[in-house]
Structure formats: C-alpha cells, structure tokens
Design a protein around this ligand. Structure first.
Ligand code: NAI
Length: 311
C-alpha cells in the first residue's frame, strides 16, 4: 500500500535544513504542495538566511510544488499570514509538522531566565501558534493532521537542557488535549521524539553515530503520523532505523483511610503508591480521578463514589 499526499497542502516549520528539510522533500515527492517555513537562523536562534528558498528550489527542481516562508514561528500574526498565503495559492492546509527548534543548553544553575524563555517560546509557543493558525481551517475542512516534535529530553530528561525539556514535554501535553478537541473534526495530533545527526546534535554525537542517525531515517515515522490513516495521540520515537512508542502512564491508586491520611501515613504507603505494576496509559485526564474513585470503591464499597468526576 503506497501512502500518497497528492492534493494535500503541508506546512513544515523549520524546514530549511535537518529533519524538516527531509520531511518537506519526501512530502513533495509524494505529491504534497509544501510550505517550507524557516527563518534560517543559527542553532541558537540568532540571524536569518535563505534556507527555506533553497529547499523550495530543490523541490521545484524535482518537479514538485513548494512555497518558501521566512516567518518566525514565535509570531502568531506571521503564522496566520503563512496559512492565508497557502490557502490563497492552494485552497487549503491539511498537514502541519511543527519542527522548528533552537538550542540554548546550559546547566540550570547557569541558565539565564532569557534563555529559558526563548527556548520555550520557539518550541512550545511557536508550535502552539502555528497550530492555532491552522486550527479553524482544519475544523472547517473536517481534516487536519498535526505532528508535534517532542524529544527524549522532554520525555525522560537530559542534563543541561531544562528549558528545552520543559518545552518538549509541554508539546506532548499539547498533543494530548488537541487530540481530544480535534477528534470530532477529524483532526489528529501526534508527537515525535526523533534522534538524528543534524547541526543540532553534531557536537554531541560521535562521528560514527552522526552518520548512523541520518535524518532520512526519521521520515517514515513522521510522514505516517501525518498521513490520512495516521493514529492519534501517539508518542513515537525514531532514529537510525529503530522505532518505538512511549506513553504517559500511572499505576492503580492506593486508597488511604481517613486516619491514615497524614504525611506519615502517606510516607508509610510510599512503596505501594510508587509501585510500578498495573501500569495503564490513560487516554484523558478524567481517567486519573476515575482511578482514584475505583480505589475508593474497592475499599469502601460500590456505593461510596459519585458516578462521575472531572480531572
Ligand atoms: P536543525 O537546527 O537542523 O533544524 C531546526 C530548524 O528550525 C532550523 O532550520 C532553524 O532555522 C529553524 N528555526 C529555528 N527557529 C525558528 C523560528 N523561530 N521560526 C522558524 N524556523 C525556525 O535541527 P533538527 O535536528 O533538524 O531539529 C528539528 C526538530 O527536531 C527540532 O524541534 C528539534 O528540537 C527536534 N529534535 C531533534 C533531535 C535530533 O536528534 N536532531 C532530537 C530531539 C528533537
């Protein structure tokens, strides 16, 4: 079964190089009309260049259709203009890959509030703004595919990347609510945690790993996650040829009787409360309160809990 993007209009942010460029090229090869967004800055987000126009030239040279866009994802009005131009030229927008990103790594002790804010602004707010600019169009069309770019740092942590990790887990959180709000409009939203040899990782990866983790290896996961038959609410990891899924999980709740509901009572039950058995991956926040009520019913009996709660 071949997966086509014919007649689809796709926006890829930060597509002037690295992973975004690979996504844009493959989307175009598969028939999509592609908005190549990139302000063309350096790794820390300073400066600008013609990176987007160069990728557009490559797409056109292979017979594809693309439009360069040099806007910054941090400017909501520029994101709105980008979407308006795509709709004017091609009549809609169907796919959004939020990929633009910067790094300002330092240990938290040495990180300035400005560098914390800047990184959160580009990754988290930038993705929210680009998505917001597409959202009404997706709803009106009853079709939208959104990919957020998370990271192992966001999901699991990494020394020296507090700003980046906060933003990246924020994107997984944004995915979870947009997937719920978009469901009835056929809008699907997933998160990708890539590992790739790009300028972002060139001084972190040893040379051999850099080659092994070529960004083209992430493309199959990224494109499937924005295809017509994509899942929704998935968190997928991809790099070098390895692929996996990740979940936010919780265990069964432990119900403490009133007399045990003290700091000492909590401490005495910590081993049970932090037990990694019976893990489930809730599909919405309400499942947390549901799990608490279930634990309560098991201790106090079926009549003890109200029939529903909100998380
Ligand atoms: P990259 O530095 O080659 O690509 C990022 C692109 O975003 C650059 O072309 C840059 O000019 C653009 N950009 C930065 N700020 C922008 C803004 N305000 N508006 C528009 N464009 C902007 O790096 P790479 O590796 O291709 O990263 C792509 C995404 O994947 C990023 O979100 C990154 O955090 C994420 N990621 C990458 C990993 C890796 O191993 N390379 C690991 C985990 C996540």
């Amino acid at each position: 079964m071949s997966i086509s993007f014919k007649d689809r209009v796709a926006i890829v942010t930060g597509a002037g190089g690295g992973l975004g460029k690979e996504y844009a090229l493959e989307l175009a090869r598969r028939g999509a009309k592609v908005v190549v967004n990139d302000l063309g800055g350096s790794r820390d987000g300073t400066g600008t260049s013609d990176a987007a126009a160069e990728v557009v030239a490559e797409i056109e040279a292979m017979g594809g259709e693309a439009m360069a866009n040099g806007a910054s994802v941090t400017e909501f009005s520029q994101m709105e203009e980008m979407v308006a131009k795509a709709k004017e030229k091609w009549g809609g927008v169907h796919v959004l890959i939020n990929n633009a990103g910067v790094l300002r790594d330092k240990s938290f002790a040495k990180m300035s509030p400005e560098d914390f804010e800047f990184v959160v602004r580009v990754h988290l707010l930038g993705s929210a703004y680009a998505t917001k600019a597409c959202w009404d169009t997706f709803r009106d069309q009853a079709y939208g595919r959104i990919l957020m770019t998370s990271s192992s740092t966001g999901l699991f942590g990494n020394f020296g990347q507090a700003n980046y990790g906060a933003a990246k887990l924020g994107l997984a959180g944004l995915t979870k609510t947009l997937h719920l709000e978009g469901a009835k409009y056929n809008i699907r939203c997933n998160s990708l945690s890539p590992v790739a040899g790009t300028r972002m990782t060139q001084d972190i990866f040893p040379e051999q790993a850099f080659e092994l983790f070529g960004p083209e290896n992430v493309v199959p996961a990224a494109l499937f996650l924005v295809s017509e038959d994509s899942p929704t609410n998935a968190i997928v990891g991809a790099g070098a040829g390895g692929f996996h899924s990740a979940w936010v999980m919780m265990n069964d709740a432990v119900w403490l009787k009133e007399e045990d509901r003290t700091v000492e009572g909590f401490a005495a039950n910590w081993d049970k409360i932090s037990e990694q058995s019976n893990l489930i991956a809730p599909q919405s926040g309400a499942e947390q309160s549901g799990a608490i009520l279930k634990a309560m019913q098991q201790v106090l009996g079926a009549d003890a809990a109200p029939s529903s709660t909100r998380g």
